[in-house]
Design a binder for this molecule. Structure first.
Ligand code: ADP
Ligand code: ZN
Length: 721
């Protein structure tokens, strides 16, 4: 009798054994439905001998209920699931859930009902809500829920309209094909540098063997145009391509360029995809009909039928690191996927992560360089504005030389960008009468005032409250004082200085949806905006030819706090935002406001000496035993009960390993000691490159017992310290 071991998609259950009924073709990778008590569970047939489990006697096994009609997960993907779970100390089931998109992509009917306007003139008078729906839903098609959110009316209103014949149902096939991309639709002529790099990548795509590349090109060098050539080659060979982008809400510019080049849109994958779109994309990816997938980090784990190339654009971005659930870094996992599948992978960036540069230095990655901007555009001039000498007046944040430059740009009709990585109006709000500070009840964090929405918000758990009229502590009315600047406050300052200027705030609050982002880009391109004030969201991707001034409001902001990568991150952010200036024919200028003009990172930015900065950083990391020389991991113990969390930390501390190649710090309250209502304690573990860090951590945690309310999280290569 044929027995199989199943990876059940539920981390709490562990692997289970079943028998395979006659006529069921269950091979490793097959997605199956299995009985579990009175329930049915989804799982994946795993390779013999690769999943732990106890030998249950054959007569006690139940038969599988059947196969899910999707292609079996290929061997390289199964190895990737195993590697990811092992490396990041996560449950294999949790990784497998990402492959199957939490199971939501499987099964279900082959058609789905969507709705659209029925057309024709409505008889009689319309309510305001129905009028609004008619106005906003022209050309839209989707589920009632999706249409309700698009029209900003309730689902009830739309159901009423279906009843009245104003909206009609349409049956659509889940598997309707995507428009075909044409590799030769509109081939650009590349510069000699670009051609050379593209040629090397095209060759690697033809070879179809593991080949990791670092595409190291300055801002505006045309990295996208260049890597589109190997994408085209993969298409000619009939293979699929995955392009990972860090901020999927802001891909308008990328999508437009993709369509210009290939004559059709790529297949999108991200977490806010509509459910039917998600199923459609997943199935097309698994069947091989999705040619180019452009996605956020979760697109990395999808079951591509025939992948030929992976590109990670803006590969240095920290949003490739997932910080809950499976805590993986999509940049690193994409290289592993390429290795398992035998593919080229391209990490593209103007400011590569130090780890990636190191890999290029030691010859593991092949480095391809684009040292100059496309079309003769010059890199901007960078000036340091020393705030210890040029103090802005009280309650203002822009020093006079920056104000003068802004005035000059307004006069010339050119655009400016002010960068401050702080959403909202002010990072801290207090009562002028009693000094009460507004704090999140669920997190150790201040509430941030957002004047545009008249709310106080926690940036960690999403809590939002109305700005109170009186202080909750002392009862004094109209007493709130804002401390420090956020982007909204800088926008106010610009508006006061230049009442005629058209100012736009660009943050995830104001550009959260693709529609609003597209509108912002259109306005900026049409020059309906003079000054953009934005967070890290505006540091990448934008190409506004008439933007000639970038002001970094506070370059010291990122240097505070004990983050191992603080200097590197500051370098990357400032270099990226500086890269928005002078991308057209007019030269750009960058002013960096700082109180630490002699800090190595600021000096490196001023001199444009990236190599010197990275060399100094590399030495500092080597001395600290930090990546890429040593490794760090964090263990976070959390509970809703403070005492329970603390006791768990003490208990784990009591059984800590005493290994020469591990250094363990803690326990101590985590930097966010309270997060989303959970109290958090943390250990930091530093290991030599040679140590088996993961095995040591698993073994250590396995020796302690915790109260049921305690959660244990392991973060390998943590980003936030
Ligand atoms: P990067 O991503 O390296 O900062 P981009 O890919 O955004 O640079 O390119 C900068 C600008 O130059 C874009 O507007 C792009 O369309 C244009 N460009 C780059 N290479 C070419 C080319 N070979 N032909 C035409 N336009 C190009
Ligand atoms: Zn909070």
């Amino acid at each position: 009798m044929n027995r199989v071991r199943i990876l059940v998609l539920n981390a709490a259950l562990g692997p289970l054994d079943y028998t395979v009924p006659e006529g069921v073709d269950a091979v490793p990778g097959s997605v199956v439905i299995a009985p579990l008590g009175p329930r049915r569970v989804t799982g994946i047939v795993w390779d013999e001998g690769r999943l732990p489990g106890t030998e249950v006697p054959a007569e006690k096994l139940r038969p599988l209920l059947g196969l899910v009609p999707v292609p079996p997960l290929a061997e390289p993907l199964r190895r990737l699931v195993e590697w990811t779970a092992d490396y990041y100390c996560a449950a294999m089931a949790s990784v497998a859930r990402m492959v199957l998109s939490s199971g939501g992509a499987l099964g279900g009917p082959t058609t789905t009902t969507e709705y659209r306007l029925a057309g024709g003139e409505p008889a009689g008078r319309l309510t305001a809500q129905r009028r609004q729906a008619l106005d906003r839903l022209a050309g839209e098609q989707g589920t009632i829920r999706e249409l309700a959110s698009a029209a900003e009316v309730s689902e009830g209103v739309l159901r009423g309209m279906v009843g009245a014949g104003l909206i009609e149902p349409v049956e659509v096939a889940i598997d309707r094909p995507y428009p075909l991309a044409d590799p030769d639709h509109d081939v650009p002529s590349l510069s000699p540098d670009q051609s050379e790099v593209a040629g090397r990548l095209v060759e690697a795509v033809r070879a179809q063997a593991f080949a990791p590349f670092l595409l190291d090109g300055v801002t505006g060098s045309g990295k996208t145009e260049t890597y589109f050539e190997p994408v085209a080659e993969a298409l000619r060979m009939g293979r699929q391509v995955l392009v990972l982008l860090p901020e999927i809400a802001l891909t308008e510019n990328f999508l437009a360029r993709f369509e210009d080049r290939f004559g059709a849109a790529p297949v999108l994958w991200h977490s806010s995809l509509k459910s039917t779109e998600r199923r459609r994309a997943w199935r097309a990816i698994a069947q091989g009909s999705a040619q180019v997938v452009v996605g956020a980090r979760s697109a990395l784990f999808l079951p591509y039928a025939d992948l030929g190339l992976i590109v990670v654009d803006e590969a240095h971005e920290i949003s490739f690191k997932q910080d809950d659930g499976v805590r993986y870094n999509a940049r690193d996992v994409s290289v592993m996927r390429a290795r398992f599948e035998g593919l080229p992978v391209v990490l593209a960036s103007a400011t590569p992560a130090l780890e990636s540069l190191h890999m290029a230095e030691i010859g593991v990655y092949e480095r391809l360089e684009l040292p100059s901007r496309f079309g003769g555009a010059q890199l901007p001039d960078i000036h340091i504005l020393d705030l210890t000498r040029e103090k802005p007046p009280r309650g203002r944040w822009l020093a006079q030389p920056l104000v003068d430059r802004l005035a000059q740009r307004l006069e010339r009709g050119e655009q400016s960008l002010l960068f401050l990585n702080r959403r909202g109006y002010a990072p801290l709000t207090l009562c002028r009468n009693c000094g009460h500070r507004f704090k999140c009840p669920h997190c150790s964090a201040w509430l941030v005032e957002h004047r545009l929405s008249a709310r106080l918000a926690c940036h960690h758990c999403g809590l939002e409250t109305q700005v109170p009229e009186a202080c909750p502590e002392c009862g004094e009315g109209d007493c709130l004082v804002a401390c420090g600047p956020g982007v909204e406050r800088i926008a106010d300052e610009v508006a006061e200085l230049f009442p005629e200027a058209r100012v736009a705030v660009a943050t995830s609050d104001t550009l959260g949806s693709p529609e609003r982002a597209a509108q912002f880009i259109a306005e900026a391109e049409a020059k309906a905006i003079d000054v953009i004030v934005g967070t890290q969201l505006v540091t990448k991707g934008f190409h506004f030819p008439d933007l000639t001034l970038v002001g970094v409001v506070d370059a010291d902001l990122g240097l505070e706090g004990g983050d191992l990568r603080a200097a590197e991150r500051t370098y990357q952010q400032v270099a990226q935002v500086a890269g928005r200036a002078g991308r057209g024919s007019k030269p750009g200028e960058v002013l960096i406001q700082t109180r630490h003009k002699d800090a190595p990172v600021i000096a490196a930015l001023a001199d444009g000496d990236r190599d010197a900065f990275y060399a100094a950083e590399t030495e500092a990391r080597r001395d600290a035993g930090a990546p890429p020389f040593g490794r760090w991991a964090a263990i976070i113990l959390s509970s809703e009960d403070e005492k329970e969390a603390r006791e768990a930390a003490i208990r784990l501390g009591d059984v800590r390993p005493h290994q020469g190649d591990l250094m363990i710090l803690g326990p101590a309250p985590a930097p966010l000691a309270l997060l989303r209502g959970r109290y958090r304690y943390r250990f930091l573990v530093n290991a030599w490159r040679s140590a088996n860090l993961q095995a040591a951590l698993r073994d250590w945690i396995g020796r302690a017992e915790f109260a049921p309310g305690v959660r244990v999280g392991i973060d390998i290569d943590p980003y936030s310290f």
